[in-house]
Design a protein around this ligand. Structure first.
Ligand code: ATP
Length: 360
């Protein structure tokens, strides 16, 4: 187990900046997901922690000890980290047992201890009995388990996982997510897990670090990211929130924010000064009421899709052309139906500069 500190890290490939000053503190024993769209720099940050890339500037510490910084670089093999990749990277000509044993043999671990550590790593991932199979004779999920067993057999102090479930189908992904949680609980090892799938990050991690264009947008618990997104990017990327332009009037005595949405006054929560703002609405913040219900905002049902137990209802607001809101309902309304909306919750952000300029 170990902590990781990334301090003011920058990295460029040629003239292209890929990390633009990243500060991230990962606690000992934490399960942290690095989440962001393709190309935002997640893998690069993971490879920097592993020592597989060199920093442009900044510092990386593991358990307080500088791994890379001005005048210092600790080789990857001396960092005692484990890595698991999307591609599994198993040796095709070796059995599962040999694949898991190989790293231990390279480290000079004696044969009896090797055998015992291989057996317990394979048992931990549920592969006991498949020791003699070659990787080609395993399913995708079993291959990923073998790669994980190879990693944990080495007892690394941190496990770095780069989209390890990306090649699996939805059902297997879900089962493996539960395996990762269990292994994390049982080993107490620090896990850093890269993914571009927000639902995976939310399901797995203690905290999620959201990246965009080489910068961290927000680091927090899944609940905090969902309920109180710090930026419009986080609001849109995590939980697919609708973002609507509002005017922030001010804070009421009870602490809520008074805002105006398309001329309709509502109370919400948020972190925005008076002026133009953005209201982030999740499906569970939206209540559909009959058309023209007093104190509600007119809307029209655009599309309805069944999601198992409830309907996802896509709504358009005549007063705000170009914007859509999703609500969740137990009974399906008719597409085209006129309804009205009330809001329970939501989160208000200061509008980004571009929206402010438009509103001015
Ligand atoms: N070795 C390299 N040489 C040049 N450019 C690179 C190299 N590795 C990564 N990049 C570029 O750096 C940027 C960040 O890449 P990175 O792999 O870190 O992103 P990512 O967020 O992990 O994306 P993905 O989810 O698609 O894997 C991308 O634009 C990528 O093309």
């Amino acid at each position: 187990m170990a902590s990781v500190d990334v301090i003011a890290a920058t990295k460029s490939f040629g003239k292209t900046p890929v990390l633009r000053g990243v500060d991230l503190a990962i606690a000992d024993g934490e399960f942290l997901a690095l989440l962001g769209p393709s190309g935002c720099g997640k893998t690069t940050l993971l490879r920097l922690i592993a020592g597989l890339e060199r920093l442009g500037s900044g510092e990386i510490r593991i358990d307080g000890e500088v791994m890379e910084g001005p005048g210092r670089f600790v080789d990857p093999e001396d960092r005692h980290l484990g890595m698991v990749f999307q591609s599994y990277a198993l040796w095709p000509h070796m059995s599962v047992r040999r694949n898991v044993e190989f790293g231990l043999a390279m480290r000079g671990v004696a044969r009896p201890e090797r055998r015992q550590r291989v057996a317990s790593a394979l048992a931990a991932v549920g592969l006991t009995g498949l020791e003699d199979r070659r990787p080609q004779a395993l399913s995708g999920g079993q291959r990923q388990r073998a790669a994980l067993a190879r990693c944990i057999a080495l007892s690394p102090r941190i496990i770095l996982l780069d989209e390890p479930l990306a090649n699996l189908d939805a059902h297997l992904r879900h089962a493996m997510q539960q395996e990762f949680r269990r292994l994390h609980r049982e080993t107490g090892t620090t896990f850093v897990f890269v993914t571009h799938d927000q639902s995976e990050a939310m399901a797995l991690a203690d905290r999620v670090a959201v990246m965009d264009k080489g910068q961290l947008q927000q680091v927090g618990t899944p609940e905090a990211l969902y309920a109180e997104p710090a930026t419009a990017m986080v609001a849109a990327f995590v939980g697919k929130g609708a973002l609507l332009p509002v005017a922030v009037e001010g804070r009421s005595q009870g602490g809520s924010l008074s805002i105006t949405l398309a001329g309709h006054r509502i109370e919400s929560r948020g972190d925005a000064a008076p002026g133009p703002g953005l209201l982030c609405l999740r499906p569970d913040d939206v209540v559909i009421v009959p058309a023209n219900f007093p104190g509600s905002l007119p809307a029209r049902v655009a599309e309805v899709s069944y999601r198992g137990g409830h309907y996802a209802v896509d709504l358009v607001l005549p007063a705000l052309p170009g914007h859509r809101i999703e609500a969740s309902m137990r009974h399906a309304p008719q597409p085209g139906e006129a309804v009205s909306l009330q809001f329970e919750g939501g989160w208000v952000l200061a509008a980004p500069d571009a929206v402010r300029a438009e509103a001015a």
